[in-house]
Design a protein around this ligand. Structure first.
Ligand code: ADP
Length: 482
């Protein structure tokens, strides 16, 4: 059966068209064709119809094959374009091919027309398929990079031989800069490095030239200091080559939590050990020895002090854990700071002989918004520290006043004070200013952390003013109940 074909023919001569059609039919084709002989005619025909091929006469009175080629290009159309000419001339053929024609043949040799059309249609099909495949790949690439760009993780692809970066997602570009293309992975990601990293995973990703299962590992980036969990594997890149892809998830927070947990466990157990050892020693002493009443009282006092210390440690520790984990919903109500202060002062005043207490608090102090039990803990931790860190005794002043929408309360002592470099650090977990003077004073470094956490959870602020050898004043500001 004759092969149907839709041809657009740029030709001024009706006779030549008939000759062409005869040659096509002889060659087994069933042509549908339209003849145009002007630029406008060609444009209109291209806009209206879907064509398989364009055959153009080299020279026409009002048009030409080369002008036809220009129109086709301008319209962004890729169709087989065959030039036929009455004249023999290599220069004309070269000019036509240079301009983008796919073939050039003589009107006297029209038997070549059918094979030329068939070949060019095949090639145009091939070109179209390739273009579609490339477009599909490009679209897929864009879709995948959109996904990778939206990830809160670093994703990159590296040529395993040259170590050049082939892809870096947005997260990576934000971390390491957007000028990564063509650079070495170690240069960009481990900034400043000039040779591949000694922990490079390339050799772990292939086995007998085939991709191995993903290699999962953790590392700390030398530039940012952050911890990553990395999943590395060899994947086939767009050019068919095996490349290394890494997905690195920031686990700094998790690492920090783990570190803190370990640190906490060792610090708490260490801190528990000290009072327990003392308690055991003294009870053992009491059990095994005949002791007089005076000695008994002295031992029991020490045991009691150590029990108190242990109790304080455990209470602070548990409170802090609960607060951090957001486990408990605390009841919020108006809290009278004046009463809190009075309660805490009367309790602590009874427990110390070396210190005198003064309270400065206006009658009309408004209540603050908060949880009474937690805020009592804050005041009591501050007073307990004021006593602990003024071993020579002195006055402890506890006060409060209204500052616009806040109530500020303070605890002032005449103790050993804190050097400026540590005045912020003391609020960190387990931080204790370490000098020989203080080592004698017990504590786990959790009290001020708890104060800080509670105050922050209440929308307030805590800070300290202190001079070494003169004393410290801790301030807490809390929002007034409105
Ligand atoms: P702890 O008292 O259990 O060590 P805190 O978290 O309450 O833990 O305090 C942390 C550190 O801050 C203390 O070890 C001490 O060095 C310092 N500090 C706290 N309060 C005072 C204070 N009133 N005067 C001097 N130093 C203080």
């Amino acid at each position: 059966m004759a092969q149907p074909i839709r041809m657009l023919i740029l030709e001024d001569s009706e006779d030549d068209l008939l000759l062409m059609l005869r040659a096509l039919r002889r060659g087994g084709m069933d042509p549908y064709c339209e003849r145009v002989e002007t630029a406008e005619g060609m444009q209109a025909a291209l806009e209206q119809g879907a064509w398989d091929v364009i055959v153009a006469d080299y020279n026409m009175p009002r048009f030409s094959a080369l002008a036809g080629l220009d129109i086709m290009k301008e319209m962004g159309i890729d169709l087989p374009f065959i030039v036929v000419s009455g004249k023999i001339g290599e220069d004309l053929a070269v000019a036509a091919m240079k301009a983008g024609a796919h073939d050039y043949l003589m009107k006297g040799n029209l038997s070549r027309l059918v094979p030329a059309i068939e070949r060019e249609i095949r090639e145009a099909d091939e070109r179209r398929r390739r273009r579609q495949a490339e477009e599909a790949m490009h679209t897929q690439f864009i879709q995948i990079s959109t996904i990778f760009d939206s990830l809160n993780a670093l994703v990159y692809v590296v040529d395993m031989q040259s170590f050049r970066l082939l892809y870096l997602n947005k997260y990576g570009a934000q971390l390491f800069g957007s000028a990564w293309e063509g650079k070495f992975c170690y240069e960009v990601i481990q900034s400043g490095k000039t040779v591949p990293c000694d922990f490079c995973t390339n050799d772990k990703l292939l086995q007998d030239g085939k991709p191995s299962p993903p290699f999962i590992w953790e590392y700390q980036n030398t530039t940012s200091g952050r911890w990553y969990q990395c999943i590395d594997r060899a994947v086939r890149w767009t050019d068919g080559q095996l490349v290394r892809m890494e997905i690195a998830i920031d686990i700094t927070e998790r690492k920090e939590m783990e570190r803190m947990k370990d640190e906490m466990i060792s610090a708490v157990s260490h801190e528990m050990h000290t009072p327990l050892t003392a308690m055991m020693g003294f009870t053992e002493f009491l059990l095994e020895n005949e002791v007089n009443r005076e000695q008994q009282v002295s031992c029991l006092r020490t045991i009691y002090k150590e029990t108190e210390r242990l109790n304080e440690l455990i209470t602070n520790f548990l409170q802090l854990q609960r607060l951090k984990a957001g486990m408990v919903k605390f009841r919020i109500a108006p809290v009278a700071v004046k009463l809190l202060i009075a309660d805490a002062v009367s309790l602590y005043a009874a427990a110390t002989k070396r210190h005198s207490f003064t309270v400065e608090c206006p009658e009309d102090l408004p209540p603050v918004r908060g949880n009474e039990e937690q805020l009592y803990q804050v005041v009591s931790n501050l007073i307990s520290n004021a006593i602990k860190y003024s071993p020579e005794g002195g006055e402890i002043l506890v006060g409060a006043r209204r500052d616009e929408s806040m109530v500020t309360l303070w605890v002032r002592d005449q103790g050993i004070g804190i050097t400026p470099e540590f005045q912020e650090k003391i609020f960190e977990r387990f931080f204790r200013v370490d000098n020989t003077d203080r080592r004698k004073i017990g504590g786990a470094g959790l009290g001020l952390t708890l104060v800080h956490e509670v105050v922050a959870a209440h929308g307030g602020r805590v800070w300290v003013e202190s001079r070494v050898g003169e004393g410290s004043t801790f301030y807490v500001s809390l929002p007034v109940m409105g």
